[in-house]
Design a protein around this ligand. Sequence first.
Ligand code: MG
Length: 230
Amino acid sequence: MILDNTNLKAVLFDMDGVLFNSMPYHSKAWNEAMQEFNLDLSREEAYMHEGRTGAGTINIVYQRQHGTDATEELIENIYQVKSRIFNSFPEAQPMPGALELLQKVKAAGLKIILVTGSGQRSLLDRLQVHYPNMFTPELMVTAYDVKHGKPHPEPYLLGLEKGGIKANEALVIENAPLGVEAAVAAKICTIAVNTGPIPDKALQDAGANLLYPSMQCLAEAWDKLISKKQ
Ligand code: MG
């Protein structure tokens, strides 16, 4: 499939697992935080919940073991522990290939919009360090902006709104099945990059229009991908 870029005006980027190689740390932090509260969430499963709000993930695990919702207080406590553990790890490195892709997108005159479920200030602050002048606060959707996390389309719909663009004028880059689901539900053409340990099938089943094994591969394929149809 070659994208018809006649209408293309913006590319919406997810952050964790797309711009930063942060998912190994997130999944480890989730696993260890849950253990402190006698809750079971394997690192592998944590990848499948990527994109949900912290509260959403905690509630699914708590419900499964206790058959009832976690209290707001408990959710807050677990999330605090998870954030503390995450922040104790080394800084997540930029994803190889991401800067190259952002430079190509910018050179093509397309808007760059961030759509993340993350509320980790440490990573948000580091966007400017590793990707200087690529992101602006007006074109960012974070955990602080939305009521619903992915797979709900709200984050991506808000991204379109902030960019002043329509769904058929945009493209999404995502690494998580729930993120792909959210983008597809917002009716945006979605490119999945499988930068983690999950099977390709999980991203395809979520509805990804295209799939690449890494950001580097996507960056290399970009020019061909968005070249106008002959
Ligand atoms: Mg992600």
